[in-house]
Design a protein around this ligand. Structure first.
Ligand code: ZN
Ligand code: ZN
Length: 407
């Protein structure tokens, strides 16, 4: 996946020359998956330029994007009224936030445009918008697994973790260290991330003194978390409005003395979040492992399974496709939803010229759908996608003693 920063400034926009290298727009980070899916984290003033860029890139093509908000402080939503694609019909946007606990997500976004704060309401926007309030369970967005964890920030905030295309990216902004449960939860949440974007608004000295309790962090805590938790690349983010470019440079340099892989987030910075993720951080296993070859082969298969009362059922079906770790087969309606299937796949003599050759394995059903391709043949009413067990599990009686057909 690719990430791009459209806004990196905390609290309020700072369109000043002394800030121009890192940039003055408030938080907005674009994530583009390898399959083209567009995900946007936070809608600060950086969102406006992202909108214009999307219109240039996509022309008249409809725009479909997933938006995730960390929280609703102004600097994270104030780009919404100026995002041109919202005003075009045919565009679809899915807003997500985490556990508003009854507060209305849609109202939290729309009320900033209520009279007398803005000349038009959100109903002037012709695009289609949907609002989803998530709990902390991970969700799958076109192959990206996105999860969240609460942060220590006034009125609440969440960090997001995105695992996609073999890489892992964490956005943890608007967070203050010092609350033990939050500190621990964030540490396990970011473990082994390839890239962590982290709130470094204040200096460590400010954080111990006058800025304690303001809900923000420093490069020092970012460095500590990164080195403790195996984060590979740290990006300092949410720069203070009063931190001019040279000052941010100084913070980055101080951080680099203890953790070399640190940079400061800057508007326009773009990077590929790639490989190197620890295996346990990969998205939950799907049917096939990444890059695995899938063969479309229709071959007769024999299926057997044990019913709960111990009876053994046998059917004949057809394979649809197969890979090193998965198989798709037709099966009758009463095939088990969760239990193991014994599968015997027959490579006929016409192919092998060595007689029929049987291949045995065990498969765990993952997904079932109804087929209509074999109308009138109830033994093929379902199409089952199953994970092939890496090793032969306890056999249901060696495919219930299907005789080997080897000649
Ligand atoms: Zn903020
Ligand atoms: Zn905030």
């Amino acid at each position: 996946m690719r990430i791009k920063f459209w806004g990196v400034r905390g609290s309020t926009p700072t369109p000043e020359r002394r800030n121009s290298r890192y940039g003055g727009n408030t938080p907005c980070v674009e994530v583009r998956l390898a399959n083209g899916t567009l995900i946007i984290f936070d809608c600060g003033t950086g969102l406006r330029a992202l909108g214009n860029s999307l219109l240039r890139e996509l022309g008249q093509q409809p725009i479909h994007a997933y938006l995730f908000l960390t929280h609703f402080h102004w600097d994270h939503i104030q780009g919404i009224p100026f995002f041109a694609p919202f005003y075009q019909s045919g565009n679809v946007f899915l807003f997500h936030s985490v556990m508003r606990k009854g507060a209305d997500l849609q109202a939290a976004i729309e009320d900033q445009m209520a009279s007398p704060y803005f000349p038009v309401g959100m109903d002037a926007m012709a695009s289609t918008r949907h609002f989803f309030d998530l709990d902390e369970a991970p969700i799958n967005v076109n192959g990206a697994i996105i999860s969240s964890v609460p942060l220590n920030h006034p009125q609440g905030c969440v960090a997001y973790r995105v695992s996609a295309d073999g890489g892992t990216f964490v956005l943890a902004t608007d967070t203050e260290p010092g609350s033990q449960p939050h500190d621990e939860a964030l540490r396990s949440f970011v473990r082994d991330a390839d890239v962590m974007v982290y709130d470094a608004q204040f200096t460590p000295e400010q954080l111990r003194g006058e800025k304690k309790g303001w809900g923000h962090s420093s490069w020092l805590e970012g460095v500590n978390i990164s080195s403790e938790c195996g984060v590979k690349q740290l990006i300092l983010f949410h720069h203070d409005p009063n931190s001019e470019d040279a000052f941010v440079d100084g913070l980055v340099q101080r951080a680099q003395q203890t953790f070399p892989n640190v940079i400061g987030a800057a508007e326009g910075l773009e990077m590929e979040v790639t490989e190197g993720a620890h295996p346990r951080n990969r998205p939950p296993a799907s049917l096939e492992r990444r890059g695995e070859r899938r063969y479309h082969v229709e071959l007769p298969v024999k299926l057997a399974w044990k019913s709960p009362d111990g009876g053994i059922f046998q059917y004949e079906g057809t394979s649809k496709d197969i890979s090193a770790s998965g198989i798709q087969i037709t099966a009758p309606l009463d095939a088990p939803e969760n239990g193991p299937l014994e599968v015997e796949m027959i490579l006929p003599d016409e192919i092998t010229h060595q007689g029929d050759v049987a291949v045995h394995f065990t498969a765990m059903p993952l997904r079932r759908e109804f087929t209509n391709e074999a109308a009138g043949d109830p033994s093929r009413a379902l199409r089952i996608s199953a994970r092939r067990s890496p090793q032969e599990e306890k056999s249901v009686g060696k495919v219930a003693a299907f005789a080997s057909r080897k000649k």
